[in-house]
Ligand binder design. Sequence first.
Ligand SMILES: [Fe+2]
Ligand SMILES: [Fe+2]
Length: 202
Amino acid sequence: MSTGHAEGIEALFAPAREQLEARLSAYRFLHSLSVADTAQAMAISYGVHPQKAWLAGLLHDWDKDLTDEELLARVKEFDIPLVARLEDMAMLLHAQTGAVAVARAFPELGGDIIQAIARHTSAAPDMSDLDMVIYVADMIEPLRSQGNLTSLRASVGKVSLETLFLRSFEMTMDHLIRRHRFIHPDSLEVWNTYIARERAGN
Ligand SMILES: [Fe+2]
Ligand SMILES: [Fe+2]
């Protein structure tokens, strides 16, 4: 069943896992493995490339354990726009810096995997299926205990991938508002875009 392309990706599984383990705390590494497995299962359910989903899920938090100083250095090096104070944006930025860093560490990786990593925090108005799989898998992976994820987990395979993404995104926005946290302006555009699409579909 494997194509040459898929085998090329699978050759990266072991080195990616090894390098990631050296970068992350034990907790964050286990979360990454759990997101990879969850993303792969979701990919099979929604007709997305399972190996790409596993790898994107594995690598999505590549820069998550950087200190603020290291993150700021990355932001400057990669020319990533700061639209708010670093401390307000720190939770979001590891996606964007991580995507560039992963592309540099693994030049063989396709742009679709890099994009899914970049979009796993603030999302984007034109999410690909792989982007949505990674976004949702990051939220529902079984090691996560906070929040009420039961209905979201039970919806996998029963509702469309876009509906699943919108429900996940809604929980994130709700969480940010309740905790009085910064919301990236791009996320408001994502919200308005997908709400309009949902209404048009009804
Ligand atoms: Fe993350
Ligand atoms: Fe994560």
